[in-house]
Design a protein around this ligand. Structure first.
Ligand code: HEC
Length: 203
């Protein structure tokens, strides 16, 4: 919600008004408006407009939760991580590269069955070859190598990709496993991309 108010404020400011002139939006009005935008969407999509407890706290505190909220988020989100039953978090880095490169799927304009990718490159540098990447997230170049290919670190990366709030409450990185956007196999493949010695990430 806050982002909408901020965006509106930014536009008004650009128009020559002063920040303090921006009328305060009643949260209930904003909420109703956002719901109305989604009124024609399927019930499944409408449900996604509702914030869960973690999202609510992050929105209300503008991503600066109190210490107690910070700890509560980590505890709650940690409980959501489902590790592979056999304990193996490493998949196939080549398939992981597809996960990292593809940003398709999950939009209501997508045909059913469209491949859902993790779009990691949109926020992270991962390889030296790829020059077009986003910088919202830190560079992951050499990620496994820098961690000595430690299996405990690979397991932590699985949890991170599954649900970033486990490590960094109010992270801007999507909760890929928690939301079931990526499958367990895709998350394992992304871990392999980060932790395989022969992956281009570690070259
Ligand atoms: C919308 C942007 C975004 C996308 C897409 C994204 N990330 Fe992130 N990621 C971030 C941000 C921001 C951080 C830093 C904050 C944090 O740790 O949560 C981060 C942190 C990380 C970290 C921890 C880095 C460290 O310092 O240890 C890993 C590992 C990671 N991302 C992997 C991935 C993988 C793999 C994908 C694709 C499946 C992905 N990310 C997709 C934004 C993103």
């Amino acid at each position: 919600m806050k982002n909408i108010v901020l965006a509106a404020g930014f536009l008004a400011f650009g128009g020559g008004a002063f920040a303090q002139d921006i009328p305060k939006a009643d949260p209930a009005t904003v909420e109703k408006y956002v719901q109305s935008i989604w009124s024609k969407a399927s019930p499944e999509w409408q449900a996604r407009v509702k914030l869960d407890e973690t999202q609510r706290i992050c929105s209300e505190t503008n991503n600066t939760p109190s210490q107690a909220q910070f700890e509560a988020i980590i505890a709650r989100e940690k409980a959501s991580v489902a590790y592979p039953a056999d304990g193996n978090v490493m998949g196939d880095w080549k398939r992981g590269m597809v996960v990292a490169q593809r940003g398709t799927g999950g939009q209501f304009s997508d045909a059913p069955g469209t491949y859902q990718g993790g779009n990691c490159f949109a926020c992270h540098e991962l390889t030296k070859e790829e020059v077009s990447y986003g910088t919202l997230g830190p560079s992951l170049l050499g990620y496994g190598k820098n961690r000595k290919f430690d299996p405990a670190e690979a397991k932590a990366a699985f949890a991170k990709i599954y649900n970033p709030h486990v490590v960094f409450p109010c992270s801007q990185m999507p909760r890929f496993g928690h939301t079931k956007f990526l499958t367990e196999e895709q998350i394992k493949d992304a871990v392999a991309l980060l932790f395989s010695p022969d992956s281009p990430v570690n070259k």
